[in-house]
Design a protein. Structure first.
Lengths: 338, 333, 288
């Protein structure tokens, strides 16, 4: 890792809530609540956390796909576009279209139905090209797509197939090709391997890594699976109940987890030779529409202090490559132990 | 090829069974009624002139033969099928000696013209509006459109036709009240005939469009709102594909169930025509059928019903056969 | 009952539908207090426009239209209810048999239903009601309508049963030693009840529409006031040409309001059943 990496995305105090007013009852779900972090050039950043912690919502806001009931309650998301930091939350629809797939792209969950079921793969590629690179001619398009699929290890026959004729892993590779063919600077992947079986998962992760190493672009991988992050990510951010509670180099996080929640996640990973029974994190996360005062992890924390019920810890730097939001590490020590 | 046969043959077979049972029901139902067409003719004839009882007897026999009423129910039934398979639907009772086939030939084009055009218009309009309303479901206009359709949809068709007649033929006499074209005009491709045709067809067509569009609109809107949340549409939207493209994805994927509906409603034209043609005095097959029923004209009634049954069953069969062409997921199984 | 209260509170369509239905039922009940008999004619001056004494005027047959309308609404509702009752009893029975027994029974019943589906319903209905028009009363009319409206619903019930049979709790219940019939009654029927309610309303609306269609063609018992026969007589005496709008208008408007009311209820119930909106109502948002 370079000592002073250049950030491609800066997220500042982002608040993204779901607001529902249906049937006269107002409820606010704070899916992303006051989150700040940076994403660097040429890295793979992993975002980890249980389902329902706001990872996908974070990804949606990074993409600028904010539709009711989701709306932004504050904060900014800066993208470095032509050496200038610009807040995409202020972008209009047209400007967003201009950056999608060329600057920021998206790989959805590896599920059955990401591709239009009644269209051949070739035509879907054509649709994407017409939307983003109308300058490419038909013959150029043919060779571009064929070469790219070849480079990703896909046979050209897939182009004449319909999605249902391909296996799950094959479909996910096609989706990855579709998302990366225009060489975006940053690729956001949402649980890219979740619906696939273990052997296929491995192949997909290798493919993602290979693309990133070759393009030297940025890959953000959202996954609940700590094993995926151990294998692929350079840095990992842990999300809990709408907040990033710890972020740092993968090695740091795995060898020296500071937040009790992170420690739980790491210790639940299987290790070769260790036959101890793996336990999950006890309890369940708080409802995002009814958060407690103080730390959001308080009800599940084995090392809780009084301050944890009163104040919310903020993310503080432990060292250059490691930040954590926990009173065990920060304020707690200053206030209570001295 | 083998797969193809495996797909086609059971379906053709099933279609034939359905036609068979349907035609049988049509054969039985009038025979269950207390109506006696022969007697009703006889009483009409003898009411007009005094006739020789022997001549009456002879007439009864001829008529019984002509209407296939001789012998036991089973004999009648077998003879009925023999005639039917040779394409003979017998003569019409009320328009003797015109054959049922001839009468259908004359009146069917009016009905087909009116009903097909209005059904297709309703279908296209319903699909387009339903798609837009489903895609832009948060927009005010979409909700207003939905409410309007929701209030029109349950109203029985007859009432819609009646209100249109009230408004546009009586209160504001913009459109003519009866007929398929002005009296005296010969069917031709002349300007005056075509404008007269359109003017006469307009109100019935509008009533049919209003009467059928509700269902198409609402089913399309429901299909689209389910599709909008599907993974591939969400992905396409995230990828900022142009709106036109997204709408075409939506329409293409919603087409299958809607084509089923279209084919079945085109097959069911005969039935629907009765009320339209009655209210607007339109010279189609519905009016013929209605008067055939009231006058106990069995042959004509059965002839038209059989046409209708074959129409719907064939439409369903054709649909089953072309389905694989429309949906690659079935084709490559 | 709690579902009813919840719907009343949360869904405006249900509220409006419910309000309309209550009004319509009150109108129907008022017929019991009518100062005139339903078949009484020529007892009042003809063609009187609405007044305090006759709030909806009088007809060319010398009837008070308001009180006539109360009878018509009552009778139309009764015919619709009876028809949907018969047709759905048949449809549910055949659908259940088809779905639970399966095999050849299922094949025969499905083919029979398919054959009824391709029948031209209206012509057959016209034929039958023409043939039996001298014997037509509420019951026979309802039977006729039911005879032609069981096929589609029975197929829909069949597919509902098939999907219920596939569900996990069915197997669990059967493995735990419950009799099949017990499972059907205790586990499946409660699942189907809201679906049956929505289906009842749509069958009811169809029956009312058909009653009107037959009546305006002169094919029902024209001496019994129904919404359909009211329109028939108004047309017969050319209410439109004569400008006696208070004769043709009220049955048409009463009908439109009634069908909209019932339809709103069925939409609202259908919406209530939709698992997607159910989640929304409970208030649990998916954030993933």
């Amino acid at each position: 890792m370079r000592s002073n990496p250049l950030s491609i995305v800066k997220v500042e105090e982002l608040k993204a809530y779901y607001v529902s007013e249906s049937y006269g009852i107002n409820s606010v779900v704070k899916a992303v609540d006051d989150v700040s972090f940076e994403i660097y050039e040429d890295e793979i950043l992993g975002i980890a956390g249980e389902s329902g912690c706001g990872k996908t919502t974070l990804l949606k806001t990074l993409l600028g796909t904010i539709k009711p009931p989701l709306s932004i309650f504050g904060g900014r998301i800066f993208y470095r576009i032509e050496d200038e930091y610009r807040d995409i939350l202020s972008f209009r629809e047209g400007e967003l279209r201009d950056i999608r797939w060329k600057i920021v792209s998206y790989i959805p969950q590896g599920s059955m139905s990401v591709l239009n079921p009644v269209r051949k793969i070739k035509d879907t590629f054509l649709d994407f090209m017409e939307a983003h690179r109308p300058d490419i001619s038909k013959s150029e398009f043919d060779s571009l797509v064929k070469n790219y699929l070849g480079a990703l290890g896909l046979p050209t026959e897939v182009l004449d197939s319909y999605p249902h004729q391909l296996s799950g892993g094959m479909r996910q590779r096609v989706t990855i090709a579709l998302s990366t063919i225009f060489k975006p600077k940053i690729v956001l992947a949402d649980e890219p391997t979740t619906a696939l079986d273990v052997v296929v998962q491995r192949g997909i992760l290798q493919l993602l890594r290979k693309i990133q190493r070759e393009e030297k672009n940025t890959l953000v991988v959202v996954s609940h699976d700590m094993g995926v992050h151990a294998r692929i990510s350079d840095r990992v951010g842990i999300m809990y109940a709408g907040k990033i509670i710890e972020i740092g180099n993968t090695e740091e996080i795995y060898t020296n987890p500071l937040h009790p929640y992170t420690r739980y996640l790491i210790s639940s990973l299987p290790k070769i030779g260790d036959k101890a029974y793996r336990t999950g994190v006890p309890g369940s996360p708080p409802s995002l529409s009814n958060l407690p005062a103080g730390c959001r992890f308080q009800d599940r924390c084995p090392e809780i202090k009084d301050i944890c019920r009163e104040e919310e810890p903020s993310l503080v730097e432990v060292n250059d490559n490691h930040k954590v939001a926990c009173f065990l590490v920060s304020k707690g020590e200053e206030n209570y132990e001295s | 090829m083998e797969n193809l046969l495996k797909y086609i043959i059971p379906r053709i077979f099933q279609c034939m069974i359905v036609i068979f049972v349907g035609v049988t029901i049509v054969f039985i139902v009038p025979r269950l009624t207390p109506m006696d067409p022969v007697q009703s003719i006889i009483s009409r004839v003898t009411a007009l002139v005094d006739t020789d009882p022997r001549a009456v007897e002879k007439l009864v026999e001829t008529l019984t033969d002509l209407y296939g009423l001789r012998g036991s129910l089973l004999e009648q039934y077998l003879r009925f099928w023999k005639h039917l398979l040779s394409g003979d639907l017998g003569p019409s009772l009320t328009m003797f000696p015109a054959s049922v086939v001839d009468i259908i030939k004359i009146s069917l084009p009016w009905t087909i013209g009116l009903m097909t055009i209005s059904t297709i218009i309703a279908w296209l309009l319903g699909i387009i509006l339903g798609t837009l309303a489903g895609y832009f479901s948060n927009k005010r206009w979409s909700q207003i459109l939905g409410t309007v359709v929701m209030c029109i949809y349950p109203i029985p068709y007859y009432i819609i036709a009646l209100i249109l007649v009230l408004l546009f033929a009586y209160l504001l006499p913009i459109f003519p009240l009866m007929g398929g074209a002005s009296i005296g005009l010969k069917p031709s491709f002349s300007w005056s005939f075509i404008t007269s045709l359109l003017k006469h067809g307009f109100l019935p067509a509008i009533s049919l469009v209003i009467g059928t569009i509700g269902w198409i609109f609402m089913s399309q809107r429901a299909l689209i709102s389910r599709l909008v949340a599907s993974d591939f549409i969400v992905f396409a939207e995230t990828a900022s594909l142009p709106r036109k493209k997204i709408l075409s994805y939506l329409i293409r994927n919603s087409m299958l169930p809607q084509i089923t509906d279209l084919a079945l409603s085109l097959g069911g034209i005969f039935s629907g025509a009765i009320i339209t043609e009655q209210v607007f005095s339109y010279p189609g097959i519905g009016v013929v059928l209605y008067s055939a029923i009231l006058q106990g004209d069995f042959n004509l009634m059965m002839g038209i019903s059989i046409f209708s049954i074959i129409g719907i069953a064939t439409a369903a069969l054709v649909l089953d056969l072309i389905y694989p062409l429309l949906d690659p997921r079935i084709r490559y199984k | 009952m709690s579902a009813f209260k919840e719907l009343l509170k949360t869904d405006r369509r249900f509220l409006i539908g419910f309000f309309i239905i209550v009004t319509v039922i009150i109108l129907a009940f008022m017929s019991f207090f009518s100062p005139y008999k339903p078949d009484e004619r020529h007892v009042l001056p003809k063609d009187q426009s609405p007044s305090l004494q006759h709030p909806l005027g009088t007809s060319s047959l010398g009837q008070d239209i308001f009180w006539l309308l109360t009878f018509a609404i009552k009778n139309s509702l009764i015919i619709g209810l009876l028809a949907v009752f018969f047709s759905r009893i048949g449809a549910i029975a055949i659908g259940l048999l088809s779905g639970y027994i399966g095999g050849n029974t299922d094949k025969v019943l499905t083919t029979l239903a398919d054959s009824f589906i391709v029948l031209p319903r209206l012509p057959i209905l016209i034929l039958l009601s023409f043939a039996f028009r001298s014997n037509l009363n509420f019951l026979t009319m309802a039977f006729l309508l039911a005879f032609l409206d069981w096929a589609w619903p029975s197929k829909r019930y069949r597919s509902q049963i098939l999907s219920l049979k596939e569900m996990e709790f069915t197997t669990t219940a059967i493995f735990s030693g419950r009799r099949t019939l017990g499972v059907i009654l205790k586990e499946h029927i409660p699942f189907l009840i809201p679906y049956i309610m929505a289906d009842f309303i749509s069958g009811f609306l169809w029956a009312i529409g058909m009653e009107i269609t037959l009546s305006v063609l002169g094919l029902s018992n024209l001496d019994t006031p129904t919404i359909g026969t009211m329109i028939y007589w108004a047309n017969y005496y050319q209410a439109m040409l004569k400008g006696t709008w208070w004769w043709i208008g009220p049955p048409v408007i009463a009908l439109i309001i009634t069908v909209i009311g019932f339809y709103l209820l069925s939409v609202s119930i259908g919406n209530f059943l939709d698992p997607r909106t159910r989640i929304q109502r409970i208030g649990g948002w998916r954030t993933e």
